[in-house]
Design a binder for this molecule. Sequence first.
Ligand SMILES: NC(=O)c1ccc[n+]([C@@H]2O[C@H](COP(=O)([O-])OP(=O)(O)OC[C@H]3O[C@@H](n4cnc5c(N)ncnc54)[C@H](OP(=O)(O)O)[C@@H]3O)[C@@H](O)[C@H]2O)c1
Length: 295
Amino acid sequence: MPHRILVTGATGTVGRQVIAQLLETGVKVRALTREPVDLPPAVEGVRGDLSVPDSLHAAFDGVEAVFLVWPFASAEGLEMVLKLMAETRRVVYLSSAAVRDHERQAERLIGRSVPQWTILRPHAFAANTLRWAEQIRGGGVVREPYGQAAMSLVHERDIAAVAVRALTQDGHAGSVYELTGPQSLTQAEQVRVIGEVIGHPVRWEETSPEDARRQMLARGWPAAAVDGILRAQAEMTLGPAPVTATVEEVTATAARTFRSWAAEHAHAFEAAFPPDQPAGPGLRTTWAEIIDGGL
Ligand SMILES: NC(=O)c1ccc[n+]([C@@H]2O[C@H](COP(=O)([O-])OP(=O)(O)OC[C@H]3O[C@@H](n4cnc5c(N)ncnc54)[C@H](OP(=O)(O)O)[C@@H]3O)[C@@H](O)[C@H]2O)c1
């Protein structure tokens, strides 16, 4: 097992879970963050910015394995960052099942420069449904296009569980893991499950893709990203989403259902949730709750 592991994206949906699960293995955990943040006492926090290679020397010093989140829409700069990982022999990279151009490029660069690499290609995260929290709290109706778009949503703890195996155990080098939840659900079905879990019916109301496009553009999203999302959702209406057995094969535990994810995050969708608090991935969770397996 590596002596010390660096977790990037340490404040994010998956990185927080990777930290919590690594702590259970007894390995030394270092977290890269851009700002000072609250971390569990056993975690060494190091400041750095992945877009500023010179800021990363301390983070990579003495690190044998890295959980790599590359949170940019381009692979530019990654090669330079990989060159700084002189002592790192193992990288687990959080790619995506969509394998967009920059992700494919990042996978190639990592494959060329790291002795032991593992690529995680998750499908859509269950946590993406938190974007509906405000609409659900505000009246139990979700208004979006493509209610029949099907996804096999994956729980962030399952992605982290696979990452932790690949970081700490032998036998995962050179593997590309496509990760899904255990079931394909349409967006309308996801909304219904949330309603069942919170005990109030939640309804899907179909809107036009043109309206959704206008709204996303008004929120400042780049047109290319908006069109990419809408195109992908339109394609997802064509049939059920693929379901892989990878989470269970790697972790020996069945992938968590969307219903269990929704139950863990029910508070975000309930009317009692403070209206001024945005529903985000780290929502009202403390490190103690995450480490205890709560959220
Ligand atoms: N959402 C999905 O459905 C989905 C599906 C497949 C793959 N993915 C991939 O998952 C990745 C995102 O993972 P996530 O959802 O766990 O993360 P997240 O919750 O979106 O958080 C992003 C993380 O990246 C960090 N970060 C941002 N800019 C940084 C910089 N310049 N230097 C260092 N750290 C920086 C953030 O730190 P701060 O606290 O400093 O902002 C935060 O920890 C993306 O690459 C995405 O393509 C997502």
